[in-house]
Design a protein around this ligand. Structure first.
Ligand code: SF4
Length: 328
């Protein structure tokens, strides 16, 4: 498959969770619109950064793509296969090609299992490298690949640092030789001193194994250097998609601009004089998102149309995609 062809296509993906009343007569009283019509594509071998504040639906989007939560609408096509049309057995086979690295290496590893067993678990589930010897060899290779001594395989997660535990999580994600990995804020819970090491490891593994990443982060600085393209998400929707060069030129959507203004600039002279856009208030609840543009209650440019019409994601002259009535 040519590199510029999409490995993953997500079309109008929705994940709405019903909220029920308490008591005997449970009835649906509301809907949480966690993911509300997300459309994006990821090309083979590329990294798409998905950025937005906590609670905006990034992780749910990643999990819905992998069918770890059930979408309530839209389509996911992986390597030309409509994932929604697969039965359980077909989905299980496809899932070998997709993996997830979780944010919290403390919570995502079972403390009662040795790291050897943790890394071997996906091999057991998918019937790969059968037989004790073959499996032990594969686990040793995986630990070595992520920079851990294979002799540590009989140790437990609590014997490792945060960075080492995240390496175990990465080894587990690589076990089934996936093509595509959702990296869900993989460095957010780590000390700043080891964040760069884990980022470098993910980059090296991508080069070596031809991996495709959806890299989720809550701030732009975490994805600016790694991502080939960046999608900005606000309250369940994608509001802007830019490639690396466009990102260097700046962002266009008012929400992306505010995220960018929060990223420190290394030059102290520029840092002292640049404008910071502070957003008022919290992200509105996905239980009751604002009408029209979801960002309108915090947008300094909002005007009448923003309260009535949903802005569509449109391509601008320079190729970036923006959902804002200012650019209609
Ligand atoms: Fe602001 Fe309106 Fe654009 Fe939404 S559509 S970002 S409220 S100007």
């Amino acid at each position: 498959m040519p590199e510029d062809q999409a490995l993953l296509e997500v079309d109008a993906l929705e994940v709405h969770f019903p909220v029920y009343s308490r008591g005997v007569l449970r009835r649906q009283i509301a809907t949480v619109q966690a993911v509300d019509g997300v459309t994006l594509e990821i090309r083979r071998g590329e990294t798409l950064g998905l950025v937005g504040e906590s609670g905006c639906g990034k992780t749910t989007t990643g999990m819905a793509i992998l069918r770890l939560v059930q979408p309530t609408g839209g389509a996911v096509v992986f390597d030309s296969v409509d994932v929604g049309a697969l039965d359980k057995g077909q989905m299980r086979r496809l899932r070998r090609r997709m993996a997830m690295i979780f944010q919290d290496p403390y919570a995502s590893l079972d403390p009662r299992m040795t790291i050897g067993d943790i890394v071997a678990e996906p091999l057991r589930i998918h019937g790969l490298h059968e037989g004790k010897e073959a499996r032990t060899r594969r686990v040793a290779d995986l630990l070595d690949m992520v920079g851990l001594n294979p002799d540590y395989r009989d140790r437990f997660p609590h014997e490792f640092s945060g960075g080492q535990r995240q390496r175990v999580g990465i080894a587990r994600a690589l076990a089934t030789e996936p093509d595509f990995i959702v990296c869900d804020e993989p460095i957010a819970a780590l000390d700043v001193s080891i964040q760069a090491q884990v980022m470098n490891l993910l980059e090296d593994l991508q080069d070596e194994l031809g991996l495709t990443y959806l890299f989720i982060a809550h701030d732009l600085s975490a994805v600016q250097h790694l991502a080939d393209r960046i999608a900005v998400m606000y309250l369940g929707r994608i509001v802007e998609v830019v490639d690396r060069d466009q990102a260097v030129a700046g962002f266009t959507h008012p929400y992306s601009e505010s995220l960018l203004s929060a990223v420190p600039v290394p030059d102290p002279k520029i840092e002292r004089h640049r404008e910071r856009i502070l957003l008022e208030g919290d992200v509105p609840s996905p239980l009751n998102p604002p009408s029209g543009c979801h960002f309108r209650t915090r947008c300094r440019y909002a005007f009448d149309q923003c309260a009535t019409d949903d802005p569509e994601l449109r391509e601008l002259d320079d190729g970036r995609l923006v959902a804002c009535h200012l650019y209609a």
